[in-house]
Structures are given as structure tokens and as C-alpha cells.
Ligand binder design. Structure first.
Ligand SMILES: *[C@@H]1O[C@H](CO)[C@@H](O)[C@H](O)[C@H]1NC(C)=O
Ligand SMILES: *[C@@H]1O[C@H](CO)[C@@H](O)[C@H](O)[C@H]1NC(C)=O
Ligand SMILES: *[C@@H]1O[C@H](CO)[C@@H](O)[C@H](O)[C@H]1NC(C)=O
Ligand SMILES: *[C@@H]1O[C@H](CO)[C@@H](O)[C@H](O)[C@H]1NC(C)=O
Ligand SMILES: *[C@@H]1O[C@H](CO)[C@@H](O)[C@H](O)[C@H]1NC(C)=O
Ligand SMILES: *[C@@H]1O[C@H](CO)[C@@H](O)[C@H](O)[C@H]1NC(C)=O
Length: 494
């Protein structure tokens, strides 16, 4: 109810600004495209005109639709912002009633009501007319409309025809605004992801430095990310802030690995803070923290330590999933059988002396606001958080964007993730008996890697030159086989 009230006031305010979209009575039952074929409708559409325009920020607005295997449609809306960055949002569209295939509902943010998406008319190859109407108790309604095209411009003739169709549907076409689609080819908004993602992994100080062994990265982290198509750059300790900043602008995500460094005073903590601060200001820069890295994230988000001592050294556990796990970005793509194995079999390797107690999470508003808990575990007495994901926050970027109403809109998700457990160990670490190696254990690692790398693919940072990229990559270093006296099979030393 609260949500609906907020929605009501936002729409009412919007309607106040745009009286053309605010009408007495119920939504008109406009006829929709007959025999609508959703398959033919897939692909990219450019926004040519819309009603109404509110808080418009970007240009070159486009929507790309792709059919998913469950019959729903993946929606990717993108625009070019004045600062040259691309703003985009992903959603899902569904046909509610299969006997009315041209009537869809689009949702971008869980918890916010779906928007109606009616295809009034489309020839699939050149134009589409989309209509959206919200009915308020039959007393009044608020409507929205879009003219979309397969190209960035439509002929005057076609536009005139489309205006007549919209008029017939009750839309005041004099109030349509034109979306700027010029100068877009210089900044093509390609839906393609970054297929050459490069992810940084923080090095950390070794406990007992020796020549050539000042800091290290366990090779299992590198192999895990490589297995899902990423390349790795070691992030050396004790670089200048300028050096870290340049590296930040060259890579597509960062991983804070486990280890034994001090969360506040170590060089690891210093570089983690620099990257974290840059990441939360960026549009989409994924950050992953494992074990120590997870603990570091809680410190960085909160600015203080709220961890509780416990003993979870060298034990594999199943995950106690919370209700939030199911709709999470992290686990959404996991196969159902793997989710069920994760919940019942000991597939997650734990090796920590500190935890974030659920009671601490629940009593720290800042942490709760920033992260969702996806799984918990217990050491017998203490219930602690085992998996975290940055929350989606809804910013008030109302209302119309790429032919879909984003109510209250543009959801921003912090792509920040933490596991107190070690996804990287299962396929690669064989020196400790507690690490699980079953097929499901190994698949867990792969799906986690595939998830994080897919997040990194959304980031478009790149090195200034190929030579710089080559110089930074981990291939310039060789791991050493460190059995039998180590926790890790192979280690990179720097
Ligand atoms: C919808 O379009 C696709 C692609 O053109 C075609 O293969 C399919 O047969 C069409 N479906 C119907 C019901 O016409
Ligand atoms: C689906 O649409 C048909 C045709 O308009 C209608 O008769 C039927 O009641 C609808 N089904 C549901 C579940 O709304
Ligand atoms: C559209 O964008 C182009 C390129 O940025 C700009 O030159 C032009 O003035 C814009 N047109 C309008 C009507 O704002
Ligand atoms: C870190 O770098 C500074 C300046 O380059 C150097 O003086 C210092 O010894 C380094 N510290 C460590 C622990 O390497
Ligand atoms: C899952 O939660 C229950 C209830 O808090 C607890 O008893 C159990 O030990 C937890 N399981 C694991 C593997 O942590
Ligand atoms: C491993 O530890 C044993 C016993 O402390 C020692 O003799 C051996 O040299 C160590 N091996 C390596 C590779 O460090």
C-alpha cells in the first residue's frame, strides 16, 4: 500500500507537470496489434517520440528485447548521458494472458509494480507504437506512449500515420516530444557486453617477507576468474593513489581475496579502500570480497569493525539461503539442482576466525541499507552472514525511458558482493582435506565465477593501449608450486 501511495504521488506530480497525460475516467481499452508475434518483435528499437517527457537526462535512447527460454523477454534500455556515459537498465517483460500476446507487463525493480506495455501496432520491421496506462480506481488514469523504430529516424509520412493511430487511441499527439537520435553513431550504444573483461585481484603482504616475496596472490583466485573468461591483473600493494586510479579506469572489476592481513592498517586494506571508494562512485564497477575480502567490505561500508570472533576454520558447510537469495543477481542464474545441493551439501569452504553476526547486521542500519543477506550459517551458537549482495536502490528518475515506464525509476544496484566462504578453493586447492571437490562443489565455483565475470562484462573500462594491458596482466608472473607446506597449491609472489 505504501508503495502504491508513493507511486500515486509521483505519478500525480508527474501528471501535474504534464497535464496531457492525466485524464478522468478509466484507461481506454485501445485495440492492440492483432496476432502479435513476439519473436518478430525482438531486437533493438530506437525511441523516436514519446509522451510525456519527464526529467529527461539522456539521448540516443534505445530498447533491446531478447526472448528468454522461459518465454519472458529480457529488456535492456540504454541512453547516452550528457557526460558521455551510458546509462542502462535491465528488466523483464511478460505476456500475462497468452490469448492477448500484445499486452505485456514490464518490471525493472523487484517490489515496484509492473508497468503495462501494450503494443498498439507494429510491423516488426520499421515501427512500433507502445502505450501504457495506469488506472486509479476508475476515477482517473495516467497514460504514456512511445513511437519506436528500427532505425534512428522515421519518414514524415510514417510519423503522420503513426500520429493518427495514436490519436485514435486517445493520445494527445501535440504533446509528444522528440527524442534526440542525432550524433549517436559516434557513441553507439551497443548492447554487446564487454567480451574481454579484465579483473584486478588485490595482492597482500606475506607474513614473513623474503627477497622477491613481499606480497602474494593465491593462484586459485586467478584460475577461478580465468575459467569464466576473464583475464587477471594483479593489484600490487603500496602503489600511489594515482597509480591505483589509473588502474581502476583500466579494469572491469576487482576481487578482494581472503588472507590474514589487517583490515585497517595493512597495505591490502589501503588498496581495498581506494578501489572501493572509486567503485561506489562509478556507474557499474563490480567488487567481490572473499573471506578477509568480505570482512573488509563490511569495514569499508560501515567505516568501523563490527565483526565477532568465532571459529569456522577449515570446515565445509551448506548454505542457509534467505528469502532474498532466490531473486538475487548472484544466484538467479544458478541451476535449480545446484541451488538445492548448495542448501543441503557441504559445498562451501570456510576458513575464518571472524564473522559478521546476523545480530550485528540487523543492528547496523547502514549495512542493512547497503547489502542484502543471501545466506547465513551457524557455528553452533553464532548465526553469521555467509553471502552478501549490494542492494538495488531506486532513484527518482521518473518516468519514461526507452519505451517502458520506469516508475519512480532507474534502479541502481551496487554490484558489490561478498562471501565469507571460499568459492575459489573447490576445484583448485587440494592441500586441506576439508575443501570439497565433488562435481557440485566444482560447479559452484564455476557458477560464481561466471556470475562475477558477467558483472565485469558490463563495465567498459579499458587500458590506454595494448602494450599497457600486456604489461599489467598476470601472465607476466609465474605461480610457484607451494605444496606441501602451504594452504595453497600455487601462489604468485611479487
Ligand atoms: C512468429 O515469427 C517467427 C519468426 O519470424 C516465426 O518463426 C513463427 O512461425 C511466427 N509465429 C507465428 C504464430 O506466426
Ligand atoms: C485471457 O484473455 C481472454 C480473451 O480476452 C479472456 O477471455 C480470458 O478471461 C483471459 N484470461 C485471464 C486469466 O484473464
Ligand atoms: C541532438 O544531439 C546533437 C549531438 O549531441 C546536438 O548537436 C543537437 O543539438 C541535439 N539536438 C537537439 C534538438 O537538442
Ligand atoms: C611503500 O612505498 C614507499 C614509497 O615508495 C616506500 O618508502 C615504503 O618503504 C614502501 N613500504 C613498503 C612496506 O613497502
Ligand atoms: C542453518 O540455520 C539453522 C538455524 O539457525 C542452524 O541450526 C544450522 O546450523 C544452520 N546450518 C548451517 C550449515 O550453518
Ligand atoms: C616444508 O616443511 C618441511 C618441514 O618444516 C621442510 O623441511 C621443507 O623444506 C619445507 N618445504 C618447502 C618447499 O618449503
Amino acid at each position: 500500500m505504501e508503495d502504491l501511495q508513493v507511486l500515486f504521488w509521483i505519478l500525480a506530480a508527474a501528471a501535474g507537470l504534464n497535464a496531457q497525460s492525466f485524464h478522468p475516467g478509466s484507461c481506454p481499452q485501445s485495440p492492440v496489434q492483432v496476432d502479435f508475434n513476439i519473436t518478430k518483435y525482438m531486437g533493438t528499437w530506437y525511441e523516436i517520440e514519446k509522451l510525456p517527457a519527464m526529467f529527461e537526462r539522456g539521448k540516443c535512447i534505445q530498447a533491446t528485447y531478447s526472448l528468454l527460454s522461459d518465454g519472458t523477454v529480457h529488456v535492456h534500455n540504454a541512453e547516452l548521458l550528457p557526460n558521455g556515459r551510458i546509462n542502462s537498465i535491465n528488466g523483464v517483460a511478460k505476456v500475462k494472458n497468452s490469448s492477448q500476446p500484445a499486452i505485456l507487463e514490464v518490471s525493472f525493480v523487484t517490489g515496484v509494480p509492473d508497468s503495462p506495455y501494450w503494443v498498439l501496432s507494429s510491423d516488426y520491421q520499421s515501427y512500433s507504437l507502445v502505450y501504457s496506462c495506469f488506472d486509479y480506481f476508475g476515477l482517473f488514469h495516467v497514460d504514456f506512449a512511445w513511437i519506436l523504430a528500427r532505425t534512428r529516424a522515421l519518414s514524415e509520412d510514417t510519423l503522420a500515420q503513426l500520429h493518427r493511430k495514436l490519436e485514435a487511441a486517445g493520445v494527445n499527439v501535440n504533446k509528444l516530444t522528440v527524442t534526440n537520435q542525432s550524433g549517436c553513431d559516434a557513441f553507439p550504444i551497443v548492447d554487446e557486453s564487454n567480451d574481454r573483461p579484465i579483473i584486478g585481484i588485490l595482492a597482500q603482504e606475506v607474513r614473513y617477507p623474503s627477497p622477491g616475496k613481499f606480497s602474494y596472490i593465491a593462484a586459485s583466485y586467478v584460475k577461478t576468474l580465468e575459467s569464466a573468461g576473464a583475464r587477471v591483473v594483479p593489484v600490487m600493494v603500496n602503489q600511489t593513489e594515482e597509480e591505483y586510479k589509473a588502474l581502476f579506469n583500466s579494469i572491469n572489476g576487482i576481487l578482494f581475496p581472503g588472507g590474514g592481513s589487517n583490515l585497517v592498517t595493512s597495505l591490502y586494506a589501503r588498496s581495498a579502500k581506494i578501489f572501493y571508494d572509486l567503485a561506489v562512485e562509478e556507474d557499474y564497477f563490480p567488487v567481490w570480497g572473499t573471506c578477509l575480502g568480505f570482512e573488509e567490505l563490511t569495514y569499508l561500508t560501515l567505516g568501523k569493525l563490527v565483526l565477532t570472533r568465532n571459529n569456522m576454520r577449515d570446515v565445509a558447510l551448506p548454505l542457509n539461503f534467505t528469502d532474498d537469495a532466490k531473486g538475487s543477481r548472484m544466484f538467479k542464474g544458478f541451476p535449480a539442482d545446484l541451488m538445492s545441493d548448495l542448501a543441503s551439501e557441504s559445498l562451501t569452504a570456510n576458513a575464518h576466525k571472524w564473522s559478521l553476526a546476523m545480530s550485528s547486521y540487523n543492528s547496523n542500519v547502514e549495512l542493512k541499507k547497503f547489502y542484502k543477506v543471501l545466506s547465513t550459517n551457524s557455528d553452533g551458537t553464532l548465526e553469521f552472514v555467509s553471502t552478501l549482495e549490494g542492494r538495488s536502490t531506486v532513484t527518482y528518475h521518473c518516468c519514461s525511458f526507452g519505451a517502458a515506464l520506469i516508475q519512480l525509476s532507474a534502479a541502481y544496484s551496487y554490484p558489490i558482493y561478498g562471501t565469507q566462504w571460499h568459492p575459489e578453493k573447490n576445484p583448485f586447492e587440494f592441500l586441506k582435506a576439508y575443501v570439497p571437490h565433488s562435481p557440485s562443489a566444482v560447479r559452484t565455483t564455476f557458477y560464481m565465477a561466471e556470475f562475477f565475470v558477467s558483472e565485469a562484462r558490463k563495465n567498459k573500462h579499458h587500458f590506454q593501449s595494448e602494450a599497457e594491458e600486456q604489461k599489467a596482466l598476470i601472465y607476466n608472473y609465474s605461480p610457484v608450486y607451494s605444496a606441501p607446506n602451504s594452504t595453497f597449491v600455487q601462489i604468485y609472489y611479487f
